[in-house]
Each structure stands twice: as C-alpha cells, then as structure tokens.
Design a protein around this ligand. Structure first.
Ligand SMILES: NC(=O)c1ccc[n+]([C@@H]2O[C@H](COP(=O)([O-])OP(=O)(O)OC[C@H]3O[C@@H](n4cnc5c(N)ncnc54)[C@H](O)[C@@H]3O)[C@@H](O)[C@H]2O)c1
Length: 253
C-alpha cells in the first residue's frame, strides 16, 4: 500500500537516495532540506520544502503543512545530520559542538516529536533514524558527532517504548562511511589534521571493516525500505548497522 513518507535532509546524499527509493517503490514522498539548489533539483513528483531540521518553528510549520496536505504521515526518516568539527577534545569549539548536536540530535528529536501525535492518532507509523557507526563506538577527533549519534540511539529506544503500544515502530540505521562528497570532505579534513593523505585515511577506514569497504547510499535506502515494510512489522527498538561490519572503529593511520 502507498505510504506517505517524510525525509529530513532529503534533497541530497543519503536522504535523496531514501527519497528516490521510496518514490520508486510507489510511495508519496516529501523531503526537507536547507540547500535551495538541492531542493530545486528534486523531481517535481516529490514534494520539497525548505525547513531546517534543527529549528523548532520551521519544523512545526512543516508538520502543519503535512497535516493539511496529507492528513498524517506513515514513515518518518529523521535523517538530517552534519559531520561537525574535526578536532581533539581540547581544541573543540563549543559552537561547533552545539551546531553538530543541534542538527543531528535536536533535529531527530523535533521530527519525532512532531510526527508522534499524528502517528498516535492514526495508530500506526514507522520512524527510521539515521544514526551512524559513530553511534556505536567512540570516534577520536569527532566527539560532538559521536555524542549526537549515540544520543539518537537513546532517543530511538525511548520513542520505540513510548509509541510501541500505538502500533508505531522506531529503529535506527547506522551507516558506515558512505561513498560521496560528504565523506570526501571528512577524509580531507582528517588527512590535514593528521598530516597525511586522503588515500591513507581512506585505506585506514576501509581496513577497519571486515568487508574492506565503504557503503553506498542505496544500501542504506534498501534497509530503510525493509524497515518501513510489513516484513519488518515486529522489528522495533533496533540498531542496524549497514557498514560491511566495523571490526576496528579507529585504525591507526
Ligand atoms: N555520509 C556518510 O558517510 C554517513 C555515515 C553515517 C551516517 N551518516 C548520516 O546520514 C545522514 C545523511 O548524511 P549525508 O551523508 O547524506 O549528508 P550530506 O552532507 O550529503 O547532506 C545531505 C543533505 O542534508 C542537508 N542538511 C544539512 N543540514 C540540514 C538541516 N539543518 N536541516 C535540513 N537539512 C540539512 C544538506 O543541505 C544536504 O542536502 C546524516 O544524519 C549523517 O550524519 C552519513
């Protein structure tokens, strides 16, 4: 059956892959983003709204529009996240910490907070949070990101418990490093910090996984489609890594 799917940060990257996969599966899709050019590039059959996931007034307005247009939402992909600063703890700027927590954690909270009453009223719903393998291990030089992504898992577990009796499921996907421009920026920053090359950092990251690999956005989307499907009707409160199996989260390079 056709689902109404909302994806935060859905105009590019993993969110865009989520949007295109749900859309190809026959669902109605609505994406939000803060990048106007990326929003413009979204095919017209997918609704696209500018909304900053970390700003309550923008999220409240978005959910008001969704209520008017769709009358509810079946699947929420709380996907917005930024990588935050790369620095040792003692060099970490407080503002960088706050910005990273704001998008990754406040953003996940706000989306779930506004979806909850709609899903409770309809007595069904699926919430899929995008955490990260950074939410499963410590992450040297990326304290705000790791803290936010662990926070997302605590939020997901609580959402699953509060809303489970209303027929609402919540799960978190933890992607490993995803091929694309964002991870390239992360590799470049870490290479600069460690005084080495992007390729050495890449090699270090992939060597930390059993499958010696990065993953692709479509692998994350395939997991989200499964989690939103009836096949997963009793899968809730789970943390599912899509990462080629992280063995060593901090290979020294
Ligand atoms: N790329 C990876 O390797 C990777 C790995 C694990 C987890 N993740 C997580 O996956 C999610 C998506 O990551 P991505 O790689 O697609 O990111 P990305 O950097 O490619 O950005 C995707 C989109 O997010 C939008 N965005 C940024 N801040 C926003 C905000 N405040 N509100 C709404 N939209 C905003 C951007 O404009 C962009 O269009 C994030 O939560 C990220 O932490 C990514």
């Amino acid at each position: 059956m056709k689902k109404r799917v909302l994806i935060t940060a859905g105009a590019a990257g993993i969110g865009r892959a989520l949007a295109e996969s749900f859309f190809s599966d026959g669902d109605e899709v609505w994406v939000t983003d803060v990048d106007d050019a990326a929003l413009k590039s979204v095919p017209s059959a997918i609704r696209a709204t500018r909304a900053d996931a970390s700003k309550e007034e923008e999220m409240a307005r978005l959910f008001g529009e969704i209520e008017k247009t769709w009358g509810g939402v079946d699947v929420l992909c709380a996907n917005a996240g930024i990588s935050g600063p790369t620095a040792l703890l003692e060099d970490m700027p407080l503002q960088g910490w706050r910005d990273c927590i704001a998008v990754n954690l406040d953003g996940a909270f706000l989306a779930a907070r506004y979806a909850a009453p709609m899903m409770k009223a309809q007595k069904k719903g699926v919430i899929i949070f995008t955490s990260s393998t950074a939410g499963l291990y410590g992450f040297p030089n990326r304290a705000p990101y790791a803290a936010a992504k662990w926070g997302v898992i605590g939020l997901m577990k609580t959402v699953a418990m509060e809303l489970g009796s209303y027929g609402i499921r919540a799960n978190a996907i933890c992607p490993g490093s995803v091929e694309g421009p964002r991870i390239e920026r992360v590799l470049e920053r870490e290479a600069a910090l460690k005084g080495t090359t992007r390729d050495a950092i890449y090699e270090g990251y992939t060597s930390g996984t059993s499958m010696r690999t990065f993953v692709e956005a479509r692998d994350v989307a395939a997991m989200a489609l499964f989690l939103a499907s009836d096949g997963a009707r009793y899968v809730s409160g789970q943390v599912i890594a899509v990462d080629g199996h992280t063995e060593n989260p901090d290979p020294k390079v």
